[in-house]
Design a protein around this ligand. Structure first.
Ligand SMILES: [Zn+2]
Length: 465
């Protein structure tokens, strides 16, 4: 059996790992590289012909785990793409959105290059188009949690609740190679206990080899109580100042988490009634998927449903689908809250709301998600004197706030507890999905504390098991 790390190897996006065994090729996730310095890798040839891959297994729907599927399919992959039902539903929304953004990016780039007289590094062609995305979606084949599926001869797979986003899973493979049995567990993105809406991660059956994420292998998060209190404080202070609250948010999970906190804070009367706009067609669609998969909610949220209240819906919540609805938001007087994408302010409707609010001292820009290096969000977080948005230089006068603990990723203590629960313990651990320094540091710590050989493999490294 051979493992090849084709992404999220000493970086946090582009998750893609190939397992080769008994003449079969299995790909675990097929993610898009989002960090600017690694984006060229999205254009690289696949290291093996896509037609030679038998099956793709998805841990969850996030773009950095699914975003290269349309390209894989366009280049000849004909097999099934297996993921839980909610993963398939959310991934379909994400891939359609991504294809649209890829095309939009090409148009913008072409315009910019013509204006600046620059030559392109890549052809003016989208990485993939909406038809490619539809073709990939056609190959989705939903699976149930905790029910073994034979994916290729001699290999069965089980999906375990990972508590990261709706539908997210750890995947365990059991492989028969001749007389030998081997097992390998992919943690996927590990979530956290007591996250809004979704269930806690469950402990999968242990395996000989573990491939584990390490996003927050170097830090600890705030607790959920602290998050609700911090959010209430920001909302109340913005009301007092008389400005707007602008929240850049990812469309998947984070937007629903915020709606959940609003619902509970309003119910507990910890914040005044507030008009909240979910200004993202994608987040609106994902919220609808959440409503279709209420069976995956945790006990607290199911109890709210039983009392006739939805855990992420409340009076005052408006869904902005059209461009006109979005533009009308900035005409409203008085304090409102806008939740819009993209989560790192790299594009989308959030830019219009930043434009309208960033120079207003009474408004607040609240960051609730990870802001990668090189993004507008990270830049604003540093509180520069001025910032360029849609070609306009604006003074940064609004309050810039951040709530850290919203993360959908386990912190280092939680990753260790997840690892502690595994039985049997792995004999080798490979850390992926973490920035280089973080992954290496965490690997060293685990090797020392657990006595288990732990490595942070490089991009494209191959390991014989
Ligand atoms: Zn994820």
């Amino acid at each position: 059996m051979k493992l090849t790390f084709l992404g999220a190897a000493r970086n946090v996006t582009g998750s893609r790992t190939m397992v080769e065994t008994g003449g079969s090729r299995i790909l675990i996730d097929c993610g898009y590289f989002q960090e600017r310095k690694f984006q060229d890798r999205n254009w690289d040839e696949f290291p093996v012909p896509p037609s030679s891959i038998d099956v793709v297994l998805l841990t969850h729907a996030h773009l950095d785990h699914t975003g290269l599927l349309p390209r894989l399919v366009a280049q000849g992959f004909k097999g099934k793409i297996l993921g839980t039902h909610a993963t398939c539903d959310i991934a379909a929304i994400i891939l359609r959105d991504s294809a649209r953004l890829q095309q939009e990016d090409v148009r913008q780039k072409q315009k910019r290059h013509q204006r600046e007289g620059r030559a392109p590094k890549h052809p003016y062609r989208a990485l993939y188009d909406p038809d490619d995305a539809e073709d990939a979606i056609q190959q989705f084949s939903p699976v149930e949690f905790q029910r073994p599926v034979e994916i290729v001869p001699g290999v069965s797979a089980v999906w375990y609740e990972a508590g990261h986003i709706l539908g997210a899973a750890s995947i365990r493979l059991e492989v028969t190679e001749g007389a030998a049995n081997k097992s390998i567990l992919f943690s996927g993105d590990v979530g956290r206990k007591d996250m809004p809406l979704i269930r806690d991660p469950v402990t999968p059956h242990g395996a000989d080899t573990l491939v584990m994420e390490s996003t927050y292998g170097d830090r600890d998060h705030d607790s959920e109580v602290a998050i609700a209190d911090q959010l209430a404080k920001v909302i109340n202070e913005t009301h007092e100042a008389g400005g707007n609250l602008v929240i850049p948010s990812f469309a998947v999970e984070r937007a629903q988490d915020i709606l959940y906190h609003f619902t509970r804070l309003l119910r507990a009367k910890k914040i005044p009634p507030t008009l909240v706009f979910l200004d993202s067609p994608m987040a609106v669609r994902v919220t609808e998927v959440f409503k279709r998969h209420e069976s995956l909610f945790d006990a607290k949220s199911r109890a709210m449903l039983n009392q006739g209240e939805h855990p992420c819906d409340f009076p005052g919540l408006k869904m902005a689908r059209t461009r006109e609805q979005s533009k009308a938001i900035n005409q409203i007087k008085g304090t409102i809250c806008v939740i819009a994408g993209s989560g790192m302010c790299t594009g989308g409707r959030i830019k219009h709301h930043l434009l309208a609010n960033i120079a207003r001292p009474e408004s607040t820009i609240l960051f609730v998600g990870y802001q990668a290096e090189g993004t507008l969000g990270r830049h604003i977080l540093r509180k520069p004197d001025e910032v360029r948005i849609h070609g306009q230089m604006l003074p940064v006068k609004a309050r810039i706030a951040q709530i850290q603990g919203f993360s959908g990723h386990a912190d280092r203590g939680e990753l260790r507890r997840w690892l502690d629960g595994l039985d049997p313990k792995p004999s080798r651990i490979f850390l992926n999905h973490g920035e280089e320094g973080v992954a290496k540091g965490f690997a060293e710590a685990l090797t020392k504390d657990y006595g288990i050989e732990t490595l942070a493999p490089e991009y494209q490294s191959e390991i014989d098991l």
